[in-house]
Design a protein around this ligand. Structure first.
Ligand code: AHR
Length: 653
């Protein structure tokens, strides 16, 4: 136990207070270490429509018919015909671009009225009269041209009521070549629900024949006005977490089911017509509209820094690239890094500058791959090839080229041996509330030898340890619960205590659409118009917003118990910050023996509820932290309610 000072003894006072045993917490005034600025951040990948249909501002699903099989029903996902139009996705004889070979062919029969197509978005579209949406699409007339220009009407309408909330008219010229039209839509009122569609219609009396459409878009204002940027409410909720880093692009979604479908940075940049998209790892097509450049710009706007992953020669379906064939993949990773940090005299830096960002982005951390569990060969082939050549091949080449970047090896289990010895590891854990309470001390006994740790994924996924990766009917959590979240807080206190070696930690997954449960629970859930901040979101926020600057050793808690705490010191304004997690079902009383005199009052932020309470779409604010003023003194007595996390900030006198 590295931080057990002379004061650090667990003492349960014999004298009762309010009928309960009182826990005495002696706090050492000498900090053991500074708390890294990077400690609390975000893990992101496109999972459960967290990117397309989530963080990414685009509101139309299947907007460019990427990676679908023409002629199939699945290719028409989210699209339907209006009036008597006949619609089909075709492999166009004149593709919009080599990246976007498919288009939506609309046959307007003779004598038709108002006909066209509509898109239902990602399970609905929010109609907000405070917004002006940018709308656009490409079109061409592949066979018979209209005799002159014709009008197309673009609208937002109620899917069932057919109420028009916003409308605009654009002119289509008689051309067989691809042409883009853009317009804006400002709703005149809000809709009563999200059951709305985006429509494009033509007057069948003005033209009958075939029109091909490609790359539609409906974009509300993006967070901070970023071009091709992020959905405002989701980005704002993330901003309010005060995150310091953003791990991207995965997670499993980096890896691809096959080598060909891996995430490739260079397929995600430039004009949207140049982005083919890919079949993601979580059961749907990724548009890659949210590409590496958009991520990096947003990371900068958010005041975060990236923890960026490079693909490491293994696909989830089980294929490892043989050692002799790795070179092009290492080169692709090198180019990815050069794109981020190269100066403008390098090809990568020049490419970045051509997109609008001459200055290199900050890049201190690069993770090589995802979840090669070194001693778990029974899970997949990933560990053995990572151990025997993939880690070494990538890190040797990249470290040599970028000596100032810290390269992170992926998840380790059971003290693996990797050569060269990684400077940092990324560890992941999905467990039960009990496990998190009992393992807050996981890093206490880890050897201090210069290796640092990133807890890149952690979350309570079930109350049942045999069902951590199971299905909801068998106990898998859909939304975080109070019991789960206050238990995660215990694990997080362990990161604070060990933040001399734990430099970063992030809950996972970050975001999930309420309709798409590829993985639950998520820190934030959302539908087309609301964001649900989970109890774990609030716990993360309470830690991140009250990070402090120095860790102060204090009496260690009994890991078999349910009451835990952590004390840090903040420089500006000078204050002690006490965090207390009571994961038990009874009130608990503590006395903090602070190392110096304090002001007579402080601030208490408290999250509390019943064990199974969750914030859900029907009750998104059931459990939120409550802020109050609290009396303070150097020997500070505090009563922690059952199932609660409390953060007390006490200014120094
Ligand atoms: O967070 C969900 C998944 O869990 C990640 O994609 C993967 O890294 C882990 O197994």
């Amino acid at each position: 136990m590295l931080y057990v000072s002379a004061l650090s003894l667990l003492v349960i006072a014999s004298g009762p207070l309010l009928g309960h045993a009182q826990t005495i917490v002696a706090v050492n005034g000498t900090a053991s270490h500074p708390i890294p600025k990077t400690l609390w951040g975000l893990m992101y990948e496109d999972i459960s429509h967290s990117g397309d249909g989530g963080l990414y501002g685009e509101r139309l699903q299947n907007r460019a018919f990427q990676q679908v099989a023409p002629g199939t029903t699945q290719a028409l996902n989210s699209w339907s015909a209006i009036g008597g139009a006949l619609i089909e996705v075709v492999a166009d004889t004149i593709p919009l671009s080599s990246a976007l070979p498919n288009s939506l062919q609309v046959l307007i029969p003779e004598g038709a009225g108002e006909v066209g197509v509509e898109n239902s978005g990602y399970y609905g579209i929010e109609v907000n009269p405070a917004w002006t949406y940018n709308a656009s699409f490409f079109y061409r007339f592949p066979s018979i041209l209209p005799s002159g220009s014709i009008a197309a009407n673009i609208s937002l309408v109620g899917a069932e009521s057919r109420t028009t909330f916003a409308a605009s008219s654009v002119t289509l010229n008689p051309t067989a070549d691809w042409t883009q039209v853009t317009t804006s839509l400002t709703p005149n009122s809000s809709a009563s629900d999200i059951n709305n569609t985006f429509t494009v219609t033509l007057d069948g009396a003005a033209f009958s024949g075939v029109v091909n459409f490609g790359l539609f878009s409906l974009f509300p204002p993006a967070w901070m006005g970023q071009e091709n940027g992020m959905r405002e409410d989701i980005a704002q909720a993330l901003f309010e977490l005060k995150p310091s880093f953003f791990r991207f692009p995965g997670g499993n979604n980096l890896e691809g089911e096959s080598i060909a479908t891996r995430w490739q940075w260079n397929a995600t940049i430039g004009p949207l017509v140049n982005r083919p998209g890919r079949v993601g790892d979580w059961g749907y097509v990724n548009t890659d509209g949210l590409g590496i450049y958009e991520y990096l710009i947003w990371i900068e706007l958010m005041g975060m820094q990236p923890i960026m992953a490079v693909w490491s020669g293994y696909a989830l379906g089980g294929a490892s690239v043989p050692e002799a064939d790795l070179a092009p993949y290492i080169e692709q990773a090198r180019q990815q890094i050069e794109f981020v940090v190269g100066n403008t005299s390098t090809p990568g830096g020049a490419l970045r500058a051509s997109l609008g960002h001459s200055k290199p982005f900050i890049l201190n951390y690069v993770e090589i791959g995802n979840e090669a569990r070194f001693t778990c060969d029974f899970i997949s082939a990933a560990p053995s090839t990572y151990r025997s050549y993939r880690w070494a091949s990538f890190v040797d080449a990249l470290q040599n080229e970028y000596p100032s970047i810290r390269f992170i090896a992926t998840t380790r289990y059971n003290n693996p041996v990797l050569a060269p010895k990684p400077k940092s590891y990324d560890l992941h854990v999905y467990q039960t509330p009990t496990w998190f309470r009992q393992n807050g001390g996981y890093y206490d006994s880890v050897t201090r030898d210069g290796t640092t740790f990133f807890e890149g994924e952690y979350a309570t996924t079930s109350t049942n340890s045999s069902n951590l990766y199971g299905i909801p009917e068998q106990g898998r959590l859909i939304y975080p619960t109070v019991q789960a979240s206050v238990s995660e807080a215990v694990f997080m206190m362990g990161f604070e205590r060990n933040s001399d070696i734990v430099f970063a930690a992030s809950y996972a997954p970050l975001l999930g659409h309420v309709t798409e449960h590829q993985w639950t629970p998520n820190l934030l859930s959302f539908d087309s118009e609301q964001v649900i901040k989970s109890t774990s979101y609030w716990v993360q926020q309470m830690f991140s917003a009250n990070k402090g600057d120095w860790y102060l050793p204090s009496t260690l808690a009994n890991t078999a118990g349910t009451l835990f705490w952590s004390v840090v010191k903040q420089d500006t304004p000078l204050a002690f910050i006490l965090k207390i997690s009571n994961a038990g079902t009874a009130t608990a009383s503590l006395v903090f023996e602070l190392p110096s005199a304090v002001a007579s009052s402080g601030t208490l932020i408290q999250l509390q509820g019943s064990a199974t309470d969750s914030n859900t779409p029907d009750n998104p604010n059931l459990i939120v932290p409550v802020t109050s003023t609290i009396a303070a003194k150097q020997n500070l007595t505090f009563t922690a309610p059952a199932l609660s996390l409390s953060v007390i900030t006490v200014p120094l006198a």
